[in-house]
Design a protein around this ligand. Structure first.
Ligand code: SAH
Ligand code: SF4
Length: 348
């Protein structure tokens, strides 16, 4: 069994505590120490008896801690954190401060196996899944530097639904009222379209907001940009979205990365509206972030505005996400986790 106490829900901690012959309520003290106080050392949990702390340490329980290798801040306020994991692997996390929100974009895998053609993370083969503790600790550690995180998006490195159990467990931990208590409506999980994951989540008792990275209105075009389409065609994907929507009553966000003359014509916009008819949704248009070796050019702002206008005229709620953190390569799809750390640091 994994002995990392940060990797455990309150219920898991109760089991640990009871198995050691202690009263279950002590799990609450542990949970609070780790997730409210962002505590790291078992020895520092003053609410537990010294004997119990010694017992935990003797049983080799510990509280994992990500190592901050680098933290870059952009003039626009966004920040990118480069973390090293216990086994030396590296991941990135991005903080996006807005007026009333502090949104953290967390990673769920080291690398990503999905191979989307426009994404820098997709160039890094999957090295491994993160544990729930490693996902949670991205929040705990950034909070120590930057203050309270109010919103979470699972849009960093990796495909959350290919690491379903750990992603969901991290949501349970971060949402729990005895811990960080981040509202479930303030948590968004973004997927490239892993149909079984969407359906499974629809049946959970805890259901975050869902975002689907669509980026094309037809299977032919989408499969060129996002190979996942070959396995789960758009029709199947939208069926799963309908199931999620029926179960939750929530509006779904579709993300659409605009690539010059590939998926950004008015015809594409009209096809998109037709495709999504009948769903409750909004669209986030994302300005493509360039990276070395990418064959695509992002659409100009003018083309993005035209695409947005076509959607809005059709009554679709549309938001344009212009690049944040561009000077530190901290935006969506640019996270490469220190595979070129020197190059990135120089660009500040
Ligand atoms: N794997 C999940 C979550 C991480 S990707 C997913 O694909 O949804 C998060 C978002 O970044 C996705 O919407 C993706 O389409 C977008 N993205 C990927 N590469 C990008 C790039 N180069 N520029 C802008 N957005 C990008
Ligand atoms: Fe993976 Fe998402 Fe990037 Fe596609 S867009 S390669 S699924 S991280």
């Amino acid at each position: 069994m994994n002995k990392d106490l940060k990797d455990k829900t309150l219920q898991d901690l109760e089991k640990v505590v009871v198995a050691l012959g202690q009263k279950p309520y002590l799990a609450g003290y542990l949970f609070k120490f780790i997730h409210v106080q962002n505590g790291r050392e078992i020895a520092g949990i003053s609410t537990l008896s010294k004997a119990f702390r010694t017992q935990l340490a003797e049983q080799e329980y510990f509280i994992s801690q990500l190592k901050v290798v680098d933290a870059l801040t952009d003039r626009d306020g966004s920040a990118k954190y480069l973390f090293e994991l216990a086994d030396g692997e590296r991941i990135e996390t991005v903080l996006l401060p807005e007026e009333e929100r502090m949104t953290l974009c967390v990673s769920t895998q080291v690398g990503c196996p999905m191979g989307c053609a426009f994404c820098a993370t997709g160039r890094i083969p999957l090295r491994r899944n993160l544990t729930a503790g490693e996902i949670v600790d991205q929040v705990n550690t950034v909070e120590e530097h930057a203050g309270r995180i109010t919103n979470l998006v699972y849009m960093g490195m990796g495909e959350p639904f290919l690491n379903y159990d750990a992603a969901l467990k991290s949501i349970r931990i971060l949402n729990h009222s005895a811990g960080k208590n981040i509202g479930i409506r303030h948590i968004t999980i973004s997927t490239s379209g892993i149909v079984p994951g969407i359906k499974k989540l629809a049946d959970e008792e805890i259901r975050p907001r869902l975002a689907i990275s669509l980026s094309a209105p037809t299977d032919t075009l989408r499969s060129r940009l996002m190979p996942v389409t070959d396995k789960y065609p758009i029709a199947e994907l939208l069926e799963a979205v309908r199931t999620y929507q029926a179960a939750t009553g929530q509006r779904v966000t579709f993300e659409y990365v605009l690539i010059d003359k590939i998926n950004d014509t008015i015809t594409h916009a009209h096809l998109l509206v037709k495709l999504l008819r009948g769903l409750m949704y909004n669209v986030n248009l994302i300005e493509h972030n360039p990276f070395t070796g990418c064959e695509f050019t992002g659409s100009s702002r003018e083309r993005i505005q035209r695409f947005a206008s076509a959607l809005k005229e059709a009554g679709v709620e549309t938001t344009i996400r212009f690049r944040m953190g561009r000077r530190i390569k901290a935006a969506c799809g640019q996270l490469q986790a220190g595979y070129h750390p020197r190059k990135q640091a120089k660009e500040m």
